[in-house]
Write a protein that binds this ligand. Structure first.
Ligand SMILES: Nc1ncnc2c1ncn2[C@@H]1O[C@H](COP(=O)(O)OP(=O)(O)OP(=O)(O)O)[C@@H](O)[C@H]1O
Ligand SMILES: [Mg+2]
Length: 493
């Protein structure tokens, strides 16, 4: 204790308290015994207790091999008699490719150290060693090592399981998506998720956030298509109190809400030209100016965007800014539609049956063959969301312990793949149109323009049509969501 205090005063190093000692295992190699002793002591002061030393590179390699992958960090002198630090590192990397190495280099031999970094070392420090600098580099190297371990572990889990971060699937296509999530989560790049409606774009964005270093920060999800053009700026950048008539309180806006976390922009292809320009500016400067405010606010936000559209085609057609496209299209993830991964259909069906059964307190033991065939052969234009809704409906209307073809006959699937009931044509037509419109609103999330376009109607005529069937598109609109970590009942892993 006394020595520790003296060392502290002499070197102006604050010893870590006992709670912050690191479990990382370090192999320290130098043929100068004095350096071994002093560096080891300093490492102890920084909280690194598990330090093994070696004064010879051959001994070091033997220790490394005997430890069987348990060494996290190699700290090695570059110039040693039997084998150089770089050679030692290269031999160790053959055993453990994720090993992190910091090379000590003498004055005048920096080129050698740079070479070692090119060969796979994390970094180097010059002798005489500045221990504050060394401690900082060690911390970063160990952080990297831990991240690599985590990724390797997650990749293993993903390879073995059919469930990952609340997502179900066993097809090779969905497993490729799981793997991409694991790979992109730790990096800061903007991600663009492509996929039809209901394929799970928001779920993927969520999984990326909760596996990223920002997981303790907020995840803010915004459906760009659901916000009227006139409100976009206010919703995104916020305003100060009194900024305009009616602004009785201040509003912080999505960007500041997502500070230190992730902002997920769904349906980014629906943004107007003006809003695209504003978004581009924020991506470039990472600054925003709330309405009525004179100064800029720094925002630290990771952006994930999603779209059902082909953005590159929109760029060609002049409907999406090319510069914004290149800013956001850094890492694309494509989620294939459900019809292209039929292996996932029954698995998802089973999953949702279990979920809704528990939720509604029912006990379903059998599903009739026709129903299963219907699920299997249907094309699922609304993808997983549609499948989930159909299962929810079936569980809700079930009275016994069997899901029968009769219950199934009332679903939107049955309309497309089973013979109609015995009803007059006019009534059948009306029922069909109503279900068709409901389905369309479900897929477009209540977006009247999109639904009208899909149906091949002018907007005004389409209004008359859905009003005739007593439908209200508002019932299908998703509100924007803000999820904080503490709201999640449990982390995915
Ligand atoms: N692989 C999956 N496993 C389990 N549930 C899924 C999966 N994919 C999607 N879902 C569920 O399906 C529904 C739709 O998913 P999500 O909202 O992420 O889709 P989306 O692609 O963002 O849709 P939209 O384009 O309409 O915004 C959600 O309830 C989600 O939980
Ligand atoms: Mg979505």
């Amino acid at each position: 204790m006394r020595i520790e205090k003296e060392m502290t005063n002499t070197f102006n190093i604050r010893p870590m308290d006992k709670n912050t000692t690191s479990k990382a295992r370090i192999l320290l190699v130098d043929d100068d015994e004095d350096i071994l002793v002093t560096t080891r002591m300093r490492l102890k002061l920084f909280g690194y207790e598990n330090v093994i030393t070696a004064s010879d590179s051959i001994d070091a390699l033997k220790i490394f091999t005997d430890q069987e992958g348990k060494i996290d960090l190699l700290l090695s002198d570059q110039k040693m008699s039997n084998m150089s630090g770089q050679e030692l590192m290269e031999k160790c990397l053959e055993i453990d490719p994720d090993l992190q190495t910091i090379i000590f280099t003498a004055y005048g031999t920096i080129e050698k150290a740079v070479e070692a970094v090119k060969a796979g070392a994390f970094s180097y420090v010059e002798k005489p060693i500045n221990h504050e600098d060394l401690a900082l580099k060690i911390e970063k190297a160990i952080e990297k090592r831990e991240l690599l371990k985590k990724v390797a572990n997650l990749e293993r889990i993903v390879g073995e399981q059919f469930q990952f971060a609340n997502m179900i699937g066993t097809s090779s296509q969905i497993k490729a998506v799981f793997r991409q999530i694991v790979q992109v989560a730790p990096i800061e790049s903007t991600i663009t998720i492509y996929g039809e409606s209901g394929t799970g774009k928001e779920l993927v964005a969520n999984a990326i956030h909760f596996h990223s270093p920002r997981s303790k920060g907020p995840f803010v999800a915004v459906n760009c298509a659901a916000i009227p053009e006139t409100l976009l700026e206010d919703e995104f950048f916020g305003h100060v109190k009194g900024a305009y008539t009616g602004a009785v309180t201040s509003k912080i806006g999505f960007f500041r809400q997502a500070h230190k976390g992730t902002l997920f922009l769904d349906e980014v292809g629906e943004m107007s030209e003006a809003m695209q320009a504003k978004l581009l500016r924020v991506i470039e400067t990472r600054e925003i100016k709330p309405l009525g405010n004179d100064h800029m606010h720094q925002v630290d936000v990771r952006l994930i965007v999603a779209t059902q559209r082909d953005l590159s085609k929109m760029v060609e057609e002049g409907r999406f800014r090319e510069d914004l496209y290149y800013r956001i299209h850094v890492v694309p993830i494509n989620i294939p539609p459900l019809r292209e991964r039929p292996e996932d259909i029954l698995l998802l069906m089973q999953h949702f049956f279990k979920k809704y059964q528990t939720k509604m307190g029912k006990d379903i033991k059998r599903i009739e063959g026709d129903v299963i065939d219907g699920f299997r052969t249907y094309s699922w234009p609304g993808n997983v969301r549609e499948l989930k809704n159909v299962v929810e409906y079936l569980v809700a209307v079930s009275t016994g312990n069997t899901i029968t073809s009769a219950m199934f006959a009332n679903t939107s699937l049955a309309d497309s793949c089973l013979p109609q009931k015995k009803v007059p044509l006019r009534q059948a037509k009306d029922e069909f149109i109503k279900k068709y419109l409901e389905n369309l609103f479900m897929i477009t999330k209540g977006n009247v323009s999109k639904a009208a376009k899909s149906a091949g109607y002018y907007r005004a005529d389409f209004y008359k049509l859905f009003q005739k069937y007593d439908l209200d598109p508002k019932n299908y609109r998703g509100a924007k969501k803000v999820i904080k970590t503490e709201d999640m009942s449990s982390a995915p892993y």
